[in-house]
Design a protein around this ligand. Structure first.
Ligand SMILES: [Zn+2]
Length: 105
């Protein structure tokens, strides 16, 4: 997984999903090794403002980035605020998929 791809995905999500988050670009988004984040798929470190993705399997990079950015913009781990932000992103994603499908047909 190249650096280009994660940078592109991050830029796309910033623009389309989290436009009010991190306008000053203080957060870093990077790929890392599984051992770097204790064998989790991804990690959102608020102290260093770093989102790390180690592995994203079949769900795709975007889905994991959305998961971690939702941590960046909410508190309380996978609590109610995080869940509702995830839901909002999921709906947006479906709408975008629908739009591109319509454009192609
Ligand atoms: Zn999580």
């Amino acid at each position: 997984m190249g650096k280009m791809k994660i940078d592109q995905a991050a830029e796309y999500l910033r623009k389309n999903f989290f436009p009010r988050w991190d306008r000053a670009h203080k957060w870093k988004i990077r790929m890392c090794g599984l051992e770097d984040i204790h064998y989790a798929n991804g990690l959102c470190d608020k102290e260093t403002k770093t989102i790390s993705i180690a592995y994203f399997g079949d769900y795709g990079l975007e889905a994991f980035l959305i998961h971690e950015i939702c941590h960046a913009v909410t508190d309380g781990y996978h609590g109610i605020r995080w869940q509702s932000r995830m839901e909002k992103a999921a709906k947006k994603r479906m709408n975008l998929a629908e739009m591109s499908w319509q454009q192609k047909s």
